[in-house]
Write a protein that binds this ligand. Structure first.
Ligand code: FES
Ligand code: FES
Length: 168
């Protein structure tokens, strides 16, 4: 990370980070939140922002494999690290098994909370955790304003059962 304040009088940092498997580099203010960095500096608008103080879970992304609130981190904190957003857990074509289960069970309405939920569940699955056993913990960190919890829970259960073919 390098800091340069000669142009605007504002401290600008160069942040270098692997995002969704690609090396990305951008200059941003020292105070920039990771959520704003992803959306505004890198154009990854799949990450949503709800409360901006760590309560709703909408901004959840994976940092070095761990689910974090991107509104509670500064972009400079991920310099040299690795970030995965909802774009990164989405195949080039079609849907991931988890996304497919969300679609099958109508697990989203406005979809505002969905990217964060997907990142939390996907992160736990990639870490080898038993997502089914941790369902309450994983979803407890996410607020869905559309009260879609029952369908989200059904979707994650379907995903844990092996997807549409195995779960029905
Ligand atoms: S926007 Fe980050 S937790 Fe709500
Ligand atoms: S689907 Fe709208 S906030 Fe969850």
């Amino acid at each position: 990370m390098t800091i340069d304040d000669t142009v605007t009088g504002v401290d600008l940092c160069e942040v270098t980070v692997i995002v969704n498997g690609q090396l990305r580099r951008a200059r941003t203010e020292v105070r920039t939140l990771l959520s704003d960095f992803l959306r505004h500096d890198l154009g990854l608008t799949g990450t949503h922002v709800g409360c901006e103080h760590g309560a709703c879970g909408a901004c959840t992304v994976l940092v070095d494999g761990t689910a974090v609130r991107a509104c509670l981190m500064l972009a400079v904190q991920v310099d040299g690290g690795e970030v995965t957003t909802v774009e990164g857990i989405t195949p080039d074509e079609g849907l991931s098994p988890l996304q497919d289960a969300m679609w099958a069970e109508h697990g989203l309405q406005c979809g505002f909370c969905t990217p964060g939920i997907l990142c939390s569940v996907e992160g736990a699955a990639r870490a080898g955790e038993n997502v089914g056993e941790r369902l309450d913990d994983l979803l407890g960190g996410h607020i869905c304003r559309c009260t879609g919890y029952q369908n989200v829970r059904a979707a994650v259960r379907l995903y844990c059962a092996g997807g549409q073919e195995a779960g029905r």
